[in-house]
Design a protein around this ligand. Structure first.
Ligand code: KIV
Length: 264
């Protein structure tokens, strides 16, 4: 049976952890789906791990649509989220056009966009038109040139700002929120303050679920993997078993362990 938004909301309410991984093509999407991943993210991280760019900024909307199409050919059941790439959400009109393409042509079930205050009107508009939206706060890869790759929310004022933005995003209609590179205690506070599922990446174990970049869990990342990621292929002998182990560890609450958490 296909995973729907209401399946994910019920999982969140009953305390079942949501397991998500990125995928960018049909074969990996198939194996993620077979392993019981609840959600597949067609992330604009593909700019780095597939295309070899230094950041996610060069990724185009056409490329996102192309990768979403491939993923959805391999995926039967998992909920599929696709990223709005850099600057495709620079106005309400552009975001609406981009989200429409990702859903109509790419077959995505939900779109994700980065930011707080800046995207509130966009979220309200997309949501009022029936488009499921996922917010993204904390470290924002599309703002890397301005803000760098840094933990967000270590000091009191940035922690308060993040909580305020999370509540505002929910009030404007996001159905889910990704928190990236945030101290575990803050991620847990945000998760408890919201009624929607909160999915963490480098945000500790107190969120409703976890997402990681596929290449990080398979040890394929060129250069250094983030400290919050784990190579699941190290302890097994196949990609399929590594993905299954990730799903199992997320669901059982074994991942992330304390050595993958960011403290205050
Ligand atoms: O693009 C991506 O893979 C993402 C994750 C880092 C959450 O947005």
């Amino acid at each position: 049976m296909r995973t729907t938004l209401s399946t994910l909301k019920s999982m969140h309410q009953s305390g079942e952890k949501i397991a998500c991984l990125t995928a960018y093509d049909a074969s990996f999407a198939h194996w993620l789906d077979q392993a019981g991943v609840d959600m597949i993210l067609v992330g604009d991280s593909l700019g780095m791990v597939v295309q070899g760019h230094a950041t996610t900024l060069p990724v185009t909307l056409d490329e996102m649509v192309y990768h979403a199409q491939m993923v959805q050919r391999g995926n039967q059941r998992a909920w599929c989220i696709a990223d709005l790439p850099f600057m495709s959400d620079s106005s309400v009109e552009k975001a609406l056009e981009a989200a429409t393409r990702l859903m109509k042509e790419g077959g995505a079930n939900m779109v994700k966009l980065e930011g707080g205050e800046r995207v509130l009107n966009i979220v309200a508009q997309l949501s009022s038109l029936g488009i499921p939206v996922c917010g993204h706060l904390g470290l924002l890869p599309q703002s890397v040139e301005k803000k760098g790759y840094k933990v967000v929310g270590r000091d009191r004022s940035s922690a308060e700002k993040l909580l305020k933005e999370a509540l505002a995003l929910q009030a404007h209609g996001v159905d889910m929120l990704v928190l990236e590179c945030v101290p575990s205690a803050l991620a847990q506070t945000v998760t408890e303050a919201l009624s929607i599922p909160v999915i963490g990446i480098g945000a500790g174990s107190g969120t409703s679920g976890q997402v990681l970049v596929l290449h990080d869990i398979l040890g394929l990342t060129v250069g250094k993997s983030p400290m919050f990621a784990k190579n699941f292929l190290e302890d097994t002998d196949s990609i399929q078993k590594a993905i299954t182990a990730y799903v199992h560890e997320v669901k059982a609450g074994y991942f992330p362990a304390s050595n993958h958490e960011i403290s205050l």
